[in-house]
Design a protein around this ligand. Structure first.
Ligand code: F6R
Length: 245
């Protein structure tokens, strides 16, 4: 795994955006796996800027988002569909039918999950998967104890995740308890992975991801088994990392 420690969130976000823009230049019809949450907001801002400067053309890019809250409509401002529109898709020239986000309102979850996996395969697989990380080491919504062999499925959110994500809702009670999430196996199939983390509250998860045992108790630790992972952190998130793990 390559680890880059940047001085601050701004620098990290710029570096991550350049990494993704570089991928789009290398392969204009690339398939990107995308994440939501606070962490990638700066990266998306920088990508929009690069697009405006004509350095990132999304016209042939296909995207698959990691997850969506179950039971939440894409029009709801708390949905990840809305988030993506607001932070990225609404500002770049990605084609609407190349955007994929699990349908949180599906009547048939199993079918939705199977179809999502099939669509990723039909698109040729994910070239670069962007990830954030939960304080408990989750990636996507694969919480501690998730099976490493899991594909896209309906998952239960951890109490800590509900707590952490309540900042996006009016109250804790409004945070959905379930989500449709790509599984660890779906994530591991991506050819390249870019994981971002900022802030000291992520330091322990980053330490465990890089230096801890490979265990479902820290889902992100599975990335130690992936052949092409880049981890970009700011100083705070990287503060517990030794020179060598
Ligand atoms: C989001 C996702 C989650 C977040 C993680 C960190 O699509 O899959 O794994 O990346 O919860 O969230 P933030 O960035 O808000 O700290």
């Amino acid at each position: 795994m390559r680890v880059i420690v940047d001085k601050d969130y701004q620098t990290l976000s710029r570096r991550a955006a350049l990494f993704l823009a570089g991928e789009i230049i290398r392969k204009p019809d690339t398939v990107l796996g995308l994440a939501t949450g606070s962490t990638p907001v700066g990266t998306y801002q920088q990508l929009v800027k690069l697009h405006q400067e004509r350095m990132a053309d999304f016209s042939e890019v296909t995207t698959f988002n990691l997850d969506e809250y179950y039971g939440v409509s894409p029009d709801n401002q708390c949905s990840y569909a809305w988030f993506m529109d607001h932070h990225l898709f609404g500002h770049v020239n990605v084609q609407r039918n190349n955007i994929h986000i699990p349908n949180g309102l599906t009547q048939d979850v199993e079918l939705e999950c199977r179809n999502y996996e099939d669509k990723i395969q039909q698109a040729g697989g994910i070239e670069v998967q962007l990830l954030g990380i939960g304080r408990n080491g989750h990636i996507g919504f694969n919480e501690p104890s998730s099976e490493f062999a899991a594909h896209t499925s309906l998952v239960e959110l951890d109490q800590g995740t509900i707590e952490a994500n309540s900042r996006f809702f009016d109250s804790r009670d409004q945070v959905p308890r379930q989500a449709i999430s790509m599984g660890i196996k779906s994530i591991m199939k991506a050819r390249r992975i870019l994981l971002l983390a900022n802030g000291s509250e992520k330091a322990e998860a980053i330490y465990n991801t890089l230096c801890g045992p490979i265990t479902p108790q820290c889902p992100a630790s599975v990335l130690q088994l992936h052949p092409d992972v880049t981890i970009m952190v700011d100083k705070e998130a990287g503060k517990d990392l030794p020179r060598e793990c």
